[in-house]
Design a protein around this ligand. Structure first.
Ligand SMILES: [Zn+2]
Length: 381
């Protein structure tokens, strides 16, 4: 096993097992699914397994020469292709690395080291929005001009959807290689945005979908001393199962809980006649923490919607807040919770479009108040 901290996707590993059993390994594989669930980690695990000289069943040993080479990111047969920033214009013959500044190169070394330790760590450079055509050109050269060493040549292409940005040049160039793949070569493409991958590339690959991680799997990989069940459920909900973000935000859980309490206070005061209470001013929301706040707000509103329609706590996301929820439902018996959610979603869109922030906040707070009290007149304006 290359990683001891990867939450295994059992279906993926049985697929690998099958490859070995049948001695039939596809030339190209496309791994897709949500962000932060370990697709890149599984791709690296497969790469290490294919070249491991001391493999047990389908898992690499993590200790042989090949595994050690990969651990130092120095494996001559395992290549990583990721998006690069387009800061410099390259000529046809330029190596792709020429596009990188000294800072980018330092960053690249850092993210490679991090990836070897943590399969969920981010593996991208700042402002890198495209897989450069030069990366594919050099790959071609490397694949066709160099003699095959022992083992498999493995090309890992991360954020593969960026093969098509800004145009399909890199994707088409890769497609030509995929159509006539060199012997003993495997391409493993990974993407969070399957719909942006060219159909022609999809059809050349074995496509494998990664399911979201179950809460139970996430739970077993994080010590309960680190975070309790309720708090972990909250983080899981906020970050939609992105294990990388969940881990990164473990220490912020108190902050999220404080924000929720402030939201409760805000909601409970919405029926106040004092104008001061109806706006978001008291929450100290700024543009930076807006989306965090609104994610929490939507979670709370969905819970209220569930509780109102079914009176059962089984499906609530934040069960521990049941008392406050009941208090809110009692205070706003006619509230239209779904409209509150739509108002927030609409506001999120206009804030992304850079509308005047205080105005968006004020409008939203009026809409929320109206929906809580189920009144149509625009009060306080
Ligand atoms: Zn090994």
């Amino acid at each position: 096993m290359f990683y001891n901290n990867l939450i295994h996707n059992n279906k993926f590993f049985s697929l690998i097992e099958n490859y070995y059993k049948k001695d039939k390994i596809p030339h190209s594989i496309l791994l897709y699914g949500k962000k932060g669930i370990g697709k890149q980690g599984h791709a690296i695990e497969l790469a290490s397994s294919l070249n491991c000289t001391n493999r047990s069943n389908y898992l690499s040993c993590g200790r042989c020469h090949s595994c050690i080479q990969l651990k130092s990111m120095q494996h001559p047969n395992i290549h990583f292709i990721i998006p690069f920033p387009r800061k410099k214009i390259l000529s046809k013959k330029d190596q792709p690395e020429k596009a990188l500044s000294t800072k980018d190169i330092d960053e690249l070394i850092k993210i490679k080291k991090a990836k070897i330790i943590d399969p969920y760590s981010d593996f991208n450079l700042q402002n890198a929005n495209t897989i450069l055509i030069n990366s594919i050109r050099f790959l071609k050269k490397e694949l066709y001009n160099t003699s095959i060493e022992k083992g498999w040549k493995i090309i890992l292409i991360f954020e593969a959807e960026k093969l098509c940005i800004p145009g399909p040049e890199s994707a088409n160039s890769l497609l030509k290689i995929l159509e006539e793949p060199p012997a003993k070569t495997i391409f493993i493409l990974v993407t969070n945005e399957y719909n942006k991958i060219l159909k022609t590339i999809k059809s050349r690959c074995q496509n494998f979908y990664f399911n979201k991680l179950s809460f139970q799997k996430i739970r077993t990989h994080l010590d309960s001393k680190m975070i309790n069940d309720n708090d972990l459920k909250l983080l899981n909900k906020i970050f939609d199962g992105d294990f990388n973000l969940i881990k990164k935000n473990l220490k912020k859980i108190n902050d999220f809980n404080k924000k929720i309490n402030k939201l409760f206070e805000y909601i409970l005061n919405c029926n106040s006649t004092s104008q001061n209470h109806i706006y978001f001013d008291k929450l100290n929301i700024d543009k930076l923490n807006w989306f965090d706040y609104m994610k929490l707000f939507i979670i709370v509103l969905r819970d209220l919607q569930i509780l109102k329609s079914s009176s059962t706590i089984k499906n609530l996301h934040l069960k521990k807040n049941i008392e406050t929820y009941n208090k809110i439902l009692k205070r706003y018996p006619n509230a239209v919770w779904s409209n509150c959610i739509s108002s927030i979603e609409k506001t999120n869109i206009i804030i992304k479009q850079n509308v005047y922030f205080p105005l968006a906040l004020k409008t939203l707070s009026i809409e929320i108040k109206n929906n809580l009290l189920n009144q149509t007149q625009k009060s306080f304006i």
